[in-house]
Design a protein around this ligand. Structure first.
Ligand code: SAM
Length: 281
């Protein structure tokens, strides 16, 4: 039975192109087009937006993004075996899908995209986290993207949306939530993928804020947060010693008890401390 876009079902695509999943590329495919359409909808209204998709594989999510009305999709895939299958999708959606064979960590996608730009991906988790950090730390803010809709290992997703006091609260939560609104929009069991990974997954949606939640120099904030969480069991007066010689006084000025631990400190407090350390408050 053919799917809504007239293209063959994904299992048939895998067979035709002999796409046996490779562990080395973190390949766990989504073969249910209803599910990929649902993930595409979680990216918001796609009409009038270009979408950058990283790691399209056999194209399940790509088809979801196109069927949900993306103006144009730029798909960057490292595995050359997937390119013929992706080219078939491009032929079914004339002028709407551009496929680039390459490593997303190296290809600059911007030459191919027009704003507004959304990013969507079901990526290997290590690549996903590295790209997320890059997308959240551009030279200028706001970034080139409006929103990110990304599949992660559920534990990583929880680290992105965690609040002070949560077990998962740390650098990633602060990095993400300082400049974006982040929420988990979907949880997926291992069986949703072929082959099934060992862990549960979740889709996180991040919407870029027009400006960071509170003012702070990104470099100073990152230094303070890294020092605090590198020794997360220690009190801040100890873990932040390397940040400034008179850190106790600076913590008190920021309204943070020097005996507190990093996991209890809000983003607002970290930003205030970063301004005090930088000498701008
Ligand atoms: N998006 C497809 C899906 O949902 O079925 C495939 C998901 S699979 C988890 C990850 C995909 O990312 C694979 O197709 C893999 O070849 C590709 N990939 C892995 N590392 C990559 C990289 N550095 N740059 C681009 N694609 C990559």
């Amino acid at each position: 039975m053919s799917a809504i876009d007239g293209l063959p079902p994904l299992r048939a695509v895998l067979q035709t192109h002999d796409l046996v999943a490779k562990k080395s590329l973190g390949q766990n495919f989504l073969l249910d087009l209803n599910l990929t359409a649902k993930i595409a909808r979680a990216a918001g209204n796609l009409a009038g937006s270009d979408v950058l998709e990283i790691g399209p594989g056999p194209g399940g999510l790509t088809r979801g993004l196109l069927a949900e009305g993306a103006r144009r999709v730029l798909a960057i895939e490292k595995d050359p075996r997937c390119i013929p299958a992706l080219n078939e999708i491009a032929a079914a959606y004339p002028d709407r899908l551009t496929v680039i064979e390459g490593d997303a960590l190296e290809v600059d996608p911007l030459a191919h995209l027009r704003p507004p730009i959304k990013i969507a991906a079901n990526l290997p988790y290590n690549v996903g986290t590295e790209l997320l950090v890059r997308w959240l730390t551009p030279a200028v803010w706001p970034p080139f993207w409006e929103s990110l809709t990304l599949m992660f290992q559920r534990e990583v997703a929880e680290r992105i949306v965690a609040q002070p006091g949560d077990r998962h609260y740390g650098r990633l939560a602060i990095l993400a939530q300082w400049r974006a609104q982040a929420r988990i929009v979907m949880s997926l069991p291992p069986e949703a993928f072929t082959p099934a990974p060992k862990v549960h997954s979740a889709v996180v949606h991040l919407r870029a804020l027009p400006e960071p939640l509170y003012p702070a120099d990104p470099k100073v904030l990152s230094r303070v947060v890294a020092a605090g969480f590198n020794q997360r069991r220690k009190m801040l007066r100890a873990s932040l010693k390397s940040v400034a010689p008179d850190i106790e006084a600076k913590l008190e000025q920021a309204g943070i008890a020097p005996t507190e631990r990093a996991e209890q400190v809000s983003i607002e407090q970290f930003c205030r401390l970063a301004r005090i350390v930088a000498g701008t408050e």
